[in-house]
Ligand binder design. Sequence first.
Ligand code: BGC
Length: 788
Amino acid sequence: MEKWTRIAHQPCLPMGKDGRLVTACEEHIRLSRTAATEGMVLLKNEGGVLPLKRGSKAAVFGKGQIDYVRGGGGSGEVTTSYTRNIYEGLKIKEAEGKLQIFDALSHFYEENVKQQYVQGKENGKTVEPAVPEELLQAARRFTDTAVITICRFSGEGWDRKGIPGDGDFYLSPQEQAMVDAVTSAFPRVAVVLDVGGMVDSAWFKDNDRIQSVLLAWQAGIEGGLAVADILCGDVNPSGKLVDTFAGSFDDYPSSANFNESEDYVEYTEDIYVGYRYFETIPGAAEKVNYPFGYGLSYTSFAIEGVSAQLQEMNGVAQIVAQASVTNTGSMAGKEVVQLYYSAPQGKLGKPAKVLGAFAKTRCLQPGETQKVTLNLTVDSMASYDDTGKVAKSAYVMEAGEYAFHLGNSVRNTVELSYRYVEKEDRVTLQLQERVAPVLLKERMLSDGSYEALPVQPDCGIDMSPDFMEGKPPYKGNWAGDAVAQAVGEGAPAEKAMLIDVVNGKVTMEQFLAQLTNGQLIDLLCGQPNTGVANTFGMGNLPEYGVPNLMTADGPAGVRIRPSMGVCTTAWPCATLLACSWNPDIVYEVGAAGAREMKENNLGVWLTPAMNIHRSPLCGRNFEYYSEDPLIAGKMAAAKVNGIQSEHIGASVKHFACNNKETNRKASDSRVSERALREIYLKGFEIAVKEAQPWTLMTCYNLINGRYASEREDLLAGILREEWGFEGMVTTDWWNKAYQYKEIKAGNDLKMGSGDPDEVLAALKEGKVTRAEIETCAARILETIMKLD
Ligand code: BGC
C-alpha cells in the first residue's frame, strides 16, 4: 500500500489475519479483560470470604450488578456491541460450575433497572431500589454469602459531589439502607465497587460485618467478567492504589476550596497533593483509610534481601535498589515493589516520602522468588526552588542525607541502611521563571503552615471571548484578498507536493513558501470529518497532496461516531490501568487501540489523558491516572510508546492543570511554579522525555491568569526548549483563546474548528507573522508525514 492510502482514500481493509477485523476482535477483548483484572484493588479481605470457594452459593445485591458502569462519559466514552455486567460475569462462572447465584434476586434488579431506563434514567445514574424483605430472606435461606455491588458514573464537563448522602463520593441513603439490610442478614459479605475515582471507604473499613472489598473500578467491555474472575479466584488481584483513600472527603487538602469559586481554583496545598500531604503534614496520617500503593492479594509475599548502592550508569548517578520477592502463600500471584525517598527538609521543605521507582513481579508460583531491581536517578530527587530560598528558578539537591524506603505501599516499607549524602546544596538544573503565579496568595509548607506569596493584583485574568462551541471547521474565504493570496519566498521552480518533502525532493521550507497565506492559515485550523471520524482532522490541502488526517478520542477506546455502526473495544478506565502498576500491559493496550485506529483509517488518537488527581471531585478523574506524577508519567509514556509502535499518533492531554470540570473553559488554575514543575507538569515531562508523543493537547483552563494555549513560556519555553518536545501542539476542542496568540506561543493547531478570519486579520495588523504561521504549519505537516 502506498503512503497515506488509508488516511487519504479510506479503503475498507481489515488488518487481522485471514481478512478478519482487528477492531473489537477477540484478542483485544481478551486483553481488555486481562488488563481489567490486573488493576483491580483488593482493599479488604477477612475471614476467607474471597475468593468464593468452588461450588459456593452467593446472593448478589445492588443495582450495580446490572447497571454496570464500564467507563465514564463524554469523550472518554466508546460505542461497543455489548458490555458484560457483573451478574452476567458471575453467570459465566456458574456455567463453568464454579459457584451458584441466587437468580431471583438478580432478576429483581434486572427488572428494576430496565424500568428505570424506560423512565429515562441513564446508565450509572439509576437509583438503588429497596430490596423486598421476603426476597432478602429467600436469599439468606439460599446462602450465607452476599456480594454487594455499588456503581458510580461521572463524566466530562461536570464535577462530582462530596456531601454525605450524595450518592456520589458518599453512599446515597437508599444504598446505605441496602447495605444495612444485607449486613444485618448475612454473616459473610463482600463488596464490589464499580467506580471511576476516589469514594468514601469509612462505611466498610471498620465494619466487621463487611469482610471483603474489591475496588473493581470501571473496567471496560468485559468488566463484569473481570470482576467474576477475581471473585472466584481465577485471577489473583494484584492492583495497588494510585490515590490515597482518606477517611472523608473533607480530609483531602483540596476540598477546602474546590468549590470556592467557578472562576478560579487556588492550589494552596502546593506540592502536598495526595500521599505527599497525608504522609507529611502533622496530624494528616491518621486521616488515611487506605494508603497510596496499598492493595491485598489472595497470597502473601515476603520482600527480603533489600539493598541499595550508588552507581554511575552512562555518566548518570543512580541509586540502584534490589530486593527479593517470594510468594509465601498458596496461590500464584504478583507483587508490586515500591521505592520511596525522603529528601532532607532543608530550606525548601519536602514531602516525607516520594515515590521514586517501582517494579511489578511476574506471576510467582507459591514458593517462587524473583529478584527485582529499581533504579532512581539521583538528580530526580531535586526540588524546584521558585522563590530563591537556595537558588532561584533552579532544581536543587539540598545538603543532607537522603533516605530510602522499600515496600508494598507508602506505609508498609522498611528503611534501607544505605543513605545518599549531599555535602552542600547543589544546583542540578538552572532554569528560568516560567508560568509563575500572579494571584495565588499563599501555599502550604511541610509543617502545615502557609507562606504568603507575592501577588500582582493588577494582573487581571486575560480572558478571551467565547468561541462558538461545536462550530464546524471552515476554510477562509480568500477570494480577492491580496494578503491572503500572497505567497512566501523561495518556492521551488515546479509545484511541489507533500510527498516530495517526504522523498527529500524539496525541503519543508520550499514546500511552505509556495503556499499562500490563506492556505497556510487553513492548515492551522481543524478540518471536516471524513469516514467514521467525529472529532475532525488536520491537513486537507488536496491540491498539494496533503491528506486530511482524522483524529479520534480517547482514553476509553477508539470513539467513532455511533451512527457509523462501528463497535470498538472499551478498555478499562485509566485509573484502573494505573493501579496495575504495570506499564507493559498499558503499552499493549496502547498498541491494540492504535491498531483499531489504523484499521478505521484514523491517524491521531486523543489519548492518554494524564492530569493529576488533585481532588476526588474532578469529573474526569477516571480518564486520568493518579495523584502521583511518576505513576502518571510512566503510564502515559507506556501508552504513547504502545500507540506509536503502530505508527499512529498519540495526543497527550490536557496540558495542564485541568483538575476541575466546572467552568473548565474559563477557570483559572492558580498554582505555584514549584507545584507546577514537581507535580502538575512532571508527568507530562516524563511522557515527553520517555515517549516523544507526536502531538500534545493543551487544556481549556487558564494557568496563572493566561490560557495555557496562549502561553509561550509553557509551550515554547518549558515544553519545547526545556524538555525537547519535537511534536505538534493542538488546542482542546473549541477552547476560548485567540488563535493568533496561540500561534505565537507555539500552539500549532486549533480544533475542532480554527478561526481563519481572525488569524488573517492579525496577520494584516502585524500581530502575527507569516514566519510564525509557517512554523506551526511545518509541525502539522511533519505529524502527517509520520503516518504510514
Ligand atoms: C475534550 C478532549 C477531547 C475533545 C475531542 C474535548 O471536549 O476535553 O479530551 O479529546 O473534546 O472530543
